[in-house]
Design a protein around this ligand. Structure first.
Ligand SMILES: Nc1nc2c(ncn2[C@@H]2O[C@H](COP(=O)(O)OP(=O)(O)O)[C@@H](O)[C@H]2O)c(=O)[nH]1
Ligand SMILES: [Mg+2]
Length: 314
């Protein structure tokens, strides 16, 4: 599952600083320096010491971490925010570092901008669907009614997350997405400091942070996983050891599908190991010998930290 997050914030809140500290740890940085009206796009890797330990234990040549696509949108108008209709979650960066900053007020304003962008979007869709409804399409007539209600809700300044009814799936609203608030400054995540620490070793970087604070990447990764209800499973082998993300409640078949659709098609059984057992015993074979491998079928619900080997006819 290619996860995607958008960064929104008022001008100079530190969006691009956060974008840089999230994406620079990735070896292949696909971010491009952009003109002011273009979004920055890059990949942030989610560090997870478990996958490092697994790769070391099995002697994997290649290590692939879970990653998230990050989109930094340089403004809050409806057109720019429209770039974020596909994202899974929104990072709201608010200024918590300048003298006289008002992060709480800025957050309220940002949420309003998202509502305004949705209002604009619903209005446009209403125009289009309204025309089709006039020509007698019954389904469109129903949608017009729904859209009119949604428009009134947004006009009242309410996010669609609070809308009790159904939302047409084609709408892709912004104000239903999980918001992860990042107060940029000493009381939240100090993005400028994090950017300066990004090239240091974990231990060195930790000595510069407030006690108990984690790296921005770790902290945001955690919040993102919580907000989206994600878990991680692993595959480990000589060629590649890899971390994969899934929604909580996903099955072994979903996991196979995340790896490759062919593997899902040919699914026979999933060998399931606890990642700690592989690390401790050094290989799947040894873990099996110790009776620590389970064979599960398609409907097995994957647990965070499972290490899988899918038996497939593919
Ligand atoms: N003191 C301080 N300055 C910051 C921090 N984050 C960003 N800045 C500065 O604020 C300005 C705007 O940052 P930028 O990331 O470009 O903001 P954007 O407009 O939201 O993308 C830059 O000069 C940054 O160096 C921070 O945490 N502390
Ligand atoms: Mg910027």
């Amino acid at each position: 599952m290619a996860l995607e997050v958008g960064i929104v914030g008022l001008p100079n809140a530190g969006k691009t600083t956060l974008f840089n500290c999230l994406t620079r740890l990735e070896a292949e940085i696909t971010a491009y320096a952009s003109k002011s009206d273009k979004a920055n796009v890059g990949m942030a890797t989610i560090s997870d010491p478990r996958v490092d330990a697994l790769a070391e234990a099995v002697g994997g040549k290649k290590l692939t971490r879970a990653s998230v696509k990050v989109v930094d949108v340089p403004g809050t108008g409806p057109a720019l925010l429209g770039n974020l209709r596909q994202v899974d979650a929104i990072l709201c960066v608010v200024d918590g570092f300048s003298p006289g900053c008002t992060p709480q007020d800025d957050l309220v304003n940002l949420e309003l901008e998202l509502i305004v962008a949705d209002r604009d979007h619903v209005e446009k869709r209403l125009e289009r669907v309204g025309k089709q409804a006039k020509s007698g399409d019954a389904k469109m007539k129903v949608e017009v009614e729904v859209l009119e209600k949604l428009l009134a809700h947004l006009d009242a300044g309410q996010p669609l997350r609070d809308w009790p009814g159904e939302i047409p799936p084609e709408l892709e609203p912004l104000s239903t997405k999980p918001l992860i608030v990042v107060e940029n400054g000493p009381n939240g995540i100090d993005c400028q400091l994090e950017l300066e620490l990004a090239d240091m070793s974990d231990e060195d970087a930790a000595s510069f942070r407030n006690e108990g604070s984690e790296s921005a990447l770790r902290e945001i990764g955690k919040r993102l996983f919580d907000a989206l209800g994600l878990i991680v499973f692993f595959t480990a082998g000589e060629k590649e050891t890899r971390a994969w993300t899934l929604r909580e409640g996903s099955t072994a078949l979903d996991a196979a599908d995340a790896i490759h659709t062919d593997i899902a098609k040919g699914f026979i059984r999933a060998e399931v190991y606890a990642w700690e057992d592989i690390v401790r015993l050094g290989s799947h074979t040894e873990a099996s010998r110790a009776g620590l491998m389970r064979l599960e079928n398609k409907t097995y619900v994957i647990q965070d930290g499972d290490c899988l080997n899918i038996r497939t006819s593919a």
